[in-house]
Design a protein around this ligand. Structure first.
Ligand SMILES: C[S@@+](CC[C@H](N)C(=O)[O-])C[C@H]1O[C@@H](n2cnc3c(N)ncnc32)[C@H](O)[C@@H]1O
Length: 481
C-alpha cells in the first residue's frame, strides 16, 4: 500500500495536529494526526474515516516543523495523560490562545474580541497536586499507571513528570504496599478484585499529604497497619482513607470515605500579595484546582476583572471549597458561594471559620435550582454563625445593592437556567471562568441572548503539556459602553 502524506498546519482542542492530505484520492482532505507540530510533513496510516475528515497515525516525519522538542517523559507517546510534551512551551501557549480564539469564532461567531496571550504557568512539570492512578494486574503482577488515549488499557508508569513529587511519592509507596500485601487489583470486565485506584493529594503551601485507596469492598486486610506503615514512611502524610466504590462505573471515587489514619482532610495555604493569604481545608471529594500556584493567578485575574468594591455582593457560582468566595469576601460587602457537592460545602464553611471570615454564606445545591430560588426570594441565607442575612442586603432583582457574579462551572459549562437567573440578578458584571473553551463559547451565545457581551478574555495555562486551557472572560451589559 502506498504511503499517505500530509502537511500539518495547526492544532485542535484535542491536541492533535490538523493537516491536509498532500496526494492521492484524498488530496486536500483534513487529517488529524497525534504528536505532530504545525509545519510537519508526515507519512501516516489511516485509522479512522469520517465524513469530511480522516484520522491518521504518523509512521514517519519527513520534514520537521519548528518548535518540536524531545518529550521529557519516556511514555509520553503511549500515555493519554498529556499529549503536548513534544511542543516547545512557547508554542503550547500560542496554540492555547488560538484554541480559545477558534472556539469563540466557530461556535459563538465572536471575532472582534481580543484574546490576550495565554498566561504561562510558573511550573510546567511537577505541578499536579492531585494524582489518580488506576491499578490493574498483568501476568499476576500489580501494575499502576495511566490509561492509553481513549482506552482503559493501563500504561505502566509510576513516574509521571506532571505530578507534584510529594504526591507521586505517596502513590509509589501505596503501590509498593499493595504488592507486598498481595491485594488483588479490581478487574473492570469481571467486576471482581479489590483495589481500583490509588489517589494522592498534596497541599503545596503546607506540605500536607493525603492517601486514598479506592476499593471494591468495605475493608482491606490489616487496614490499621497499612495506615501506620504509610504514615511512618511518608512525612507530612496527615490523612489516610479508604474510598468505597462497588459500582460498575468509570467514576473514580465512590460516595463513602472512611478515614483509617489521621484526619479526613489536608490543609493548604494559598494566596499572593494581591489576594492576601488564606487557609483551605480539602477533603477527598472536594474540587481543588490541580495547579495551585497558577490557581492563584487565575483568582487574581477573576477578582481583579470583577472590580469588586466594598459595597458589593459577590455571587460565586460553582464555588467548590469556597476559594474564590473567600478571597472575594475580603474585597466585598458580602460573598455567597453555591456548590452542589455536600463535603465541599462543609469544607467551605470550615474555611470561612478558620480564616475568621464572617461576611460569607454558602448554599448547597445545583446552581440551576438555587439561583432561580434565590432571585425569587424563595431561599434565605445565613452567615457562618447561623444568623439570617436580610434579604434587602442581597442584591438581586429590584434590589438597590450592586453585585457581581463570578461563575466557574465544570467542563460541561453552565446550565441555561443558571445563566438566566444570573442575568435576572442584574449584576454590574459577570466574570466567567472556564476550563473548556467549547462550552464557554456555547454559554456566551446564551448570555448574548440575555443581553451580555464579552469585553475581556484572558486564557491562563493551568495544565502545561496538555491542550487544556483555562479562560477568564469579563461580561458587560450590551448597553454599557
Ligand atoms: C471547576 S470547579 C470550580 C471550583 C472553585 N471555583 C475553585 O476554583 O476551586 C466546579 C465546581 O462546580 C461544582 N458543580 C458542578 N455542577 C454543579 C451544579 N450544577 N451546581 C453547583 N455546583 C456544581 C463542582 O462540584 C465543582 O466544585
Amino acid at each position: 500500500m502506498s504511503a499517505n502524506r500530509a502537511q500539518v498546519t495547526g492544532l485542535n482542542h484535542r491536541g492533535e495536529g490538523v493537516g491536509r492530505v498532500l496526494s492521492g484520492p484524498d488530496k486536500g482532505l483534513v487529517v488529524f494526526l497525534e504528536s505532530t507540530v504545525p509545519g510537519d510533513v508526515v507519512e501516516y496510516v489511516e485509522i479512522e474515516r469520517s465524513k469530511g475528515y480522516l484520522r491518521g497515525r504518523v509512521t514517519e516525519i519527513l520534514e520537521h516543523g519548528p518548535g518540536r522538542v524531545t518529550e521529557p517523559c519516556r511514555v509520553a507517546r503511549e500515555c493519554g495523560g498529556c499529549s503536548w510534551q513534544h511542543l516547545d512551551y512557547g508554542l503550547q501557549l500560542e496554540w492555547k490562545r488560538r484554541i480559545v480564539e477558534e472556539a469563540f469564532a466557530r461556535i459563538a461567531k465572536i471575532r472582534d474580541l481580543e484574546i490576550r496571550p495565554c498566561l504561562p504557568s510558573p511550573k510546567i512539570l511537577g505541578y499536579r497536586n492531585k494524582v489518580e492512578v488506576p491499578v490493574t494486574e498483568r501476568d499476576g503482577r500489580i501494575v499502576a499507571g495511566f490509561y492509553r488515549p481513549y482506552t482503559h488499557q493501563v500504561v505502566a508508569s509510576q513516574n509521571c513528570l506532571l505530578e507534584h513529587p510529594l504526591a507521586r511519592e505517596v502513590v509509589s509507596e501505596m503501590v509498593n504496599l499493595i504488592r507486598a500485601r498481595k491485594y488483588r487489583a479490581y478487574n473492570e470486565r469481571t467486576g471482581r478484585g479489590l483495589v481500583r485506584h490509588v489517589v494522592s493529594r498534596v497541599a503545596p503551601g503546607t506540605g500536607e499529604r493525603m492517601a486514598v485507596l479506592v476499593i471494591n469492598g468495605r475493608t482491606v486486610p490489616g487496614e490499621a497497619t497499612l495506615a501506620r506503615e504509610l504514615t511512618e514512611r511518608l512525612p507530612g502524610l496527615v490523612s489516610v482513607a479508604l474510598n468505597i466504590n462497588m459500582e460498575r462505573t468509570n467514576v473514580i471515587l465512590g460516595k463513602t470515605v472512611r478515614v483509617i489514619g489521621g484526619k479526613p482532610y489536608i490543609e493548604d495555604v494559598l494566596g499572593s500579595e494581591r489576594l492576601g493569604h488564606l487557609k483551605f481545608r480539602i477533603s477527598p471529594h472536594s474540587f481543588y484546582q490541580v495547579n495551585s500556584e497558577q490557581a492563584v493567578r487565575l483568582y487574581e485575574e477573576a477578582l481583579d476583572e470583577a472590580g469588586i468594591g466594598p459595597d458589593d455582593i459577590v455571587y460565586d457560582v460553582y464555588s467548590g471549597i469556597g476559594t474564590i468566595t473567600l478571597f472575594a469576601a475580603r474585597r466585598a460587602y458580602q460573598a455567597v458561594g453555591i456548590e452542589e457537592i455536600a463535603p465541599a460545602v462543609k469544607d467551605a464553611w470550615k474555611n470561612a471559620e478558620i480564616n475568621g471570615i464572617e461576611n460569607v454564606s454558602f448554599i448547597e445545591g445545583q446552581a440551576e435550582r438555587v439561583l432561580p430560588a434565590l432571585s425569587q426570594g424563595r431561599l434565605g441565607l445565613r452567615d457562618p454563625r447561623g444568623r439570617q442575612i436580610r434579604a434587602a442586603n442581597l442584591g438581586g432583582p429590584g434590589s438597590a445593592a450592586s453585585g457581581v457574579v463570578i461563575l466557574d462551572p465544570p467542563r460541561g459549562g453552565a446550565d441555561e437556567r443558571a445563566l438566566t437567573a444570573i442575568s435576572k440578578f442584574n449584576p454590574r458584571s459577570i466574570v466567567y471562568v472556564s476550563c473548556n473553551p467549547a462550552t464557554l463559547a456555547r454559554d456566551l451565545i446564551a448570555l448574548d441572548a440575555l443581553g451580555w457581551r464579552p469585553t475581556y478574555c484572558q486564557p491562563i495555562d493551568m495544565f502545561p503539556m496538555t491542550p487544556h486551557v483555562e479562560t477568564v472572560v469579563l461580561m458587560s451589559r450590551k448597553e454599557d459602553k
